[in-house]
Design a protein around this ligand. Structure first.
Ligand SMILES: [Ca+2]
Ligand SMILES: [Ca+2]
Length: 404
């Protein structure tokens, strides 16, 4: 055992000396030292911090008591030197400190050797060192996510997002990226690789995509979410968006010229998968006019294997009544299963990003759903509901003459 006075600890400890050195000891009298508290449990103390407790030493004997020395094992506990002598009936205070240097529970005992009776007073000590993880936003600064500037694109455009302005705090660290769609237009099946600084996605539906970005720094601190809006604005004065629900169901969007007929591959008065790559030339009175601006375009033919979506744009339609149709062409992967698919047709007019109207109908194979008319009169473009279904008789309206 070695005595370890608290030289290395800086303690604001006031030592109250109860010394009465001139007192004369009477025959048979003795000092008797008591401690309050008689043991100390410091509890959990964070590494790097220290805890101090004050112990009141009282001489309950009938003559002064001298504290000859204090003994303790070396370690995390220390103490301020107690007074040398305490008069009979007097008290003094001394400080004990716990400054853990490692995680875990520790114990020790201070022993005060006296000239009294008994001549030793044990003071058991206990405590535990604990490590406290730094808290993001309190001990550590969180990184900053910057999702980039808002964008305006056309339907089916490839959108490139840029979160490279995001940074750690302080700047310079490596970030992990976490993008997500906060909201998407109805009918969108777009997907996003969210783990890179500059992800891309296909703006597969008109409307507003709100995309959020959070970043995580090497400490694991996550930023607040930054958002960016991608406004998907139809190019055409008429924009038709068809979506459906069942994979492998090949549903087709049709758009018929005034006076035209469905599945017309000769005069091409019906725009659909069969002729969309040729871009039929329509004009007033059913006559091709060489003007491409007043012709509709079908952006793609989805065979039921992609986003289950087809779009038609009609940039500058001439006057007349154009009919919108939807044909459940084929259940490609399982022809014996002619199960229903729910189709939704959204009509966007005059570049609006919210549909003027939305129709939904359950279809089975060979159904031709005549959905609505688009009525164009000068600058006025309106829609009119038809919403009727017949089975197709035309051989192009069936499954058999089309390969997967
Ligand atoms: Ca199709
Ligand atoms: Ca034309």
């Amino acid at each position: 055992m070695t005595s370890t006075p608290l030289a290395r600890r800086l303690l604001p400890v006031l030592l109250l000396c109860g010394c009465n050195c001139g007192e004369e000891r009477l025959a048979g009298a003795h000092g008797r030292l008591l401690a309050d508290p008689s043991n100390i449990d410091f509890g959990a103390v964070t590494l790097g911090d220290q805890a101090v407790r004050h112990v009141v030493l009282t001489n309950a004997g009938t003559s002064p008591v001298a504290i000859v020395r204090v003994e303790s094992a070396p370690g995390a506990f220390g103490f301020a030197q107690p007074p040398e002598t305490i008069a009979a009936g007097a008290s003094a205070e001394f400080a004990v400190v716990f400054a853990p240097e490692a995680e875990g529970a520790v114990q020790n005992t201070l022993t005060l050797r006296t000239d009294g009776d008994p001549d030793a007073l044990d003071l058991p000590l206990a405590g535990a060192g604990v490590k406290v993880e730094p808290v993001c936003g309190v001990d550590l600064r969180v990184p900053a996510a910057l999702a980039g500037a808002d964008q305006t694109v056309e339907p089916l455009a490839m959108v490139r997002l840029d979160g490279s302005g995001s940074h750690t705090n302080p700047p310079g660290g490596t970030l992990k990226y976490d993008w997500r769609f906060v909201s998407r237009p109805a009918g969108s099946g777009a997907t996003l690789n969210g783990a890179v600084a500059r992800p891309t996605f296909v703006a597969d539906a008109a409307g507003v995509f709100t995309v959020g970005l959070a970043v995580v720094d090497p400490n694991g601190c996550r930023s607040a979410e930054s958002t960016v809006n991608v406004n998907v604005v139809p190019r055409g004065a008429v924009h038709l968006q068809l979506t459906w629900t069942v994979k492998h169901a090949d549903v087709d969007l049709h758009y018929r010229e005034p006076g035209g007929s469905w599945f017309d591959e000769i005069r091409q008065t019906d725009l659909f998968y069969s002729n969309f790559e040729e871009n039929p030339d329509w004009g007033p009175g059913g006559r091709p006019d060489g003007n491409r601006r007043n012709d509709p375009t079908l952006d793609l033919d989805d065979l039921g294997e992609s986003n289950l979506m087809e779009n038609i744009n009609h940039d500058a339609p001439f006057d007349g009544t154009f009919r919108v149709g939807v044909n459940y062409y084929c259940a490609h992967r399982n022809r014996s299963d002619q199960g229903p698919a729910v189709a939704t047709l959204r009509i966007f007019l005059n570049h609006a990003t919210t549909p003027a109207h939305e129709f939904t109908r359950q279809l089975t194979q060979r159904d031709m759903w005549e959905v609505a008319d688009i009525v164009v009169s000068g600058p006025q473009i309106t829609w009119r509901e038809i919403n009727s279904v017949q089975k197709t008789r035309n051989e192009l309206g069936g499954c058999d003459d089309r390969t997967n």
